[in-house]
Design a protein. Structure first.
Length: 199
């Protein structure tokens, strides 16, 4: 089998460098295309209720934007770009533009919409719980626990997903890495912690 620089699997772009930035860019581009298609007929259409627009936002725009997000390592750049894509839609639903200088949190509060980053982080932590609870022999769990051998390239090492999500659990839930497997192993406890995750 020939070695390639990138390939798509189940609609997600993987690169030989193991970075997800290009995939995030693709998702943002796909979501922008969806918004352009629906702009006049949905997003800014005055005859359509805000409730209907938000229903379309949740059922079409968000899944397009966040497909495969459980695997993302969220850098500051990624977070900023996701927020910009989110607010691009929500501001228009609220009848605003950037020139109005209304804070994103105010717009979300008025529309009663949770931050998209909260949705992403909650699902990433939910997937972490699934991985820890997987019985031996399941491929995703085996890959998650694997310790690759060999020499790494020079320079600063990239953040692994496991390290990123462990830090996320520490920062957002206050669970230290050494207790993470034990706590997430309790399905109901873990689910209740994720429900209480603050915005």
């Amino acid at each position: 089998m020939p070695q390639v620089e990138e390939f798509k699997y189940l609609g997600v772009l993987f690169t030989s460098e193991g970075r997800m930035e290009r995939e995030v860019d693709r998702r943002i581009g796909a979501a922008s295309a969806v918004m352009r298609l629906m702009y006049r007929s949905v997003v800014v259409k005055k005859e359509l209720s805000c409730k209907a627009k938000l229903s379309i936002y949740r059922s079409i725009y968000v899944p397009t934007l966040t497909y495969g997000h459980e695997l993302w390592v969220m850098t500051e750049r990624t977070r900023s770009r996701i927020q910009a894509a989110e607010m691009s839609f929500l501001r228009r639903v609220a009848g605003r533009s950037l020139r109005d200088r209304v804070r994103s949190s105010v717009t979300r509060e008025e529309l009663r919409v949770d931050p998209l980053l909260l949705h992403i982080e909650r699902n990433q932590l939910r997937w972490l719980g699934h991985l820890f609870r997987m019985p031996p022999g399941r491929l995703p769990g085996e890959v998650f626990r694997a310790c690759p051998t060999g020499r790494r390239p020079r320079g600063r090492p990239r953040t692994r997903w496991r390290d990123y999500v462990s830090r996320l659990a520490w920062e957002r839930l206050g669970i230290p890495p050494e207790e993470l497997e034990e706590v997430s192993g309790e399905r109901e406890v873990w689910a209740s912690l994720l429900r209480m995750l603050p915005p």
